[in-house]
Design a protein around this ligand. Structure first.
Ligand SMILES: [Zn+2]
Length: 124
């Protein structure tokens, strides 16, 4: 599965951001994963634990916020939350909606870092 390569690039991106911020470690990472992204949260969690070894994320916790799929029906101007296999039908007119508003997300929302205390104090 591709979760491992996703986890690896995720760890790289976070480590990069943490290094630039002068962090000594990453405490936690929060992700938004859409139901349509094709990523299985459990599999990603497992892959993350493999990928984080020997990085600044060694002790980091991965939080996953799952984003449901929602579609927009233009004629009705109605937004409907749908399941992955529901055919993306409008809740009002029950026609398929071509416009997907959410559900494709795969993004880092938040990275919690640990700063070196000495450096933090020296800055003042
Ligand atoms: Zn409609």
């Amino acid at each position: 599965v591709h979760e491992l390569s996703i986890a690896q690039s995720l760890v790289e991106a976070c480590e990069d951001a943490a290094t630039r911020a002068g962090a000594v470690a990453v405490r936690s990472v929060t992700l938004r994963i859409g139901e349509l992204s094709g990523v299985v949260p459990d599999a990603l969690q497992f892959a993350f634990e493999v990928a984080r070894a020997d990085t600044l994320l060694d002790q980091a916790v991965l939080h996953v916020a799952e984003v449901p799929i929602s579609v927009h029906c233009v004629p009705c101007d109605v937004v409907t939350t749908v399941g992955r296999f529901d055919g993306f039908l409008c809740g009002q007119c029950e026609q398929p909606c071509p416009e997907i508003l959410s559900g494709r997300e795969l993004e880092i929302v938040r990275i919690e870092i640990e700063e070196p205390e000495v450096a933090g104090a020296a800055r003042r």
